[in-house]
Design a protein around this ligand. Sequence first.
Ligand code: PMP
Length: 407
Amino acid sequence: LSSSEIKELRRDFPILNQKVYGHPLVYLDNAATTQKPSQVLEVLDNYYKGFNANVHRGVHHLSQVATDAYEEARKTVADYIDAGEDHEVIFTRGTTEGINLVASCFGKAFLKPGDSVVITAMEHHSNIVPWQMICEEKGATLKVIPFDENGVLQLDKLDSLLDDSVRILAFTYVSNSLATVNPVKEIIAAAHNKNIPVLLDAAQAVQHMAVSVRELDVDFMVFSGHKIYGPTGIGILYGKREWLDKLPPYQGGGDMIKTVTLEKTIYNELPFKFEAGTPDIAGAIGLAAALKYVNSIGLGRIHDTEAALMDYAMEQLQKVDQLRMIGQAKNRSGAISFLLGSAHPFDTGELLDKQGIAVRTGHHCCQPVMDIFGIPGTVRASFAFYNTAGEIDALVAGLQRAARILL
Ligand code: PMP
């Protein structure tokens, strides 16, 4: 994207055009959540103003329109991730709920004492805690693939870790704290070689690069709508039909049933088996609008624009004395994590905030990563296609100012 195209696209995001403490807002917290374009906001508005109704139930017109839009949204998501069937796409509340669903249902069906689950040391808490919970319940063990000082997974350990006891491997495509892009295809193939299914956390991937579940041959994949320009409260679980059919339901309630008597319930088929209760209809439609918006720009162009911005940021940040990068993998995406000398990340973040620059500070829900580096947290600047070189310059100037105060 040229700088004039970016300028034009920024008009779709009215929120970006505001001042914070008298400075133009520089929004570099996109890994936490992205801003929403007017195209998404209008779809939400139109839904509530024009065809709000409950789905899958009513014979009446509005319910039909809402159901069609909701199921059309599922199709848009399926196309976006290249799923073979729409029914392999389950609407959830977000990445966290998707992982909890798989951990809980897969665990119930397949984990027994002595089994193990494998994750990596760079997972978000949402891809650690649900597995710890189900492992504890089932008497299974959680095993961890370590990473090196650059934040690169030590895949030489993979073969021995993936032993006969392993029932599932769950790991992240892109680390939200180190920005490492993992060699996903290779890892999935290694697991499949041993008949181990894989859950991929794509929360930090789908907004930055094209992801095809069929090309990756991944068994389960999860992401959140709000990190890809969509609303909060909506997310996606993709699962291969053969796996989803084998799992018990997650929650019981309306819509997930075929028939209910007071003695016995017959569960509904996919995807409804996993969508108990009234879903986030507006969220699903809003997410579809966000994916269409991304497609209208083109993921290739988004990827190239963000990569160029990362390169520029890496080069310009060298002007800041005592900047220590955390996570130095060659293949990184979307974010830069760092520390300013001995300053606490929170102090650095606060001084940036006073200059209108929004970054994230802390452990980024990856306490084990921080423990491994022996640090309390990092400052993380994370990017979207709408960020500009001028905003990187503001970050660099802001850090230089913070360094003069803190160091
Ligand atoms: N995994 C990763 C890699 C993430 O970055 C996040 C969000 N920070 C999550 C999982 C959890 O996503 P959510 O809070 O939207 O459920």
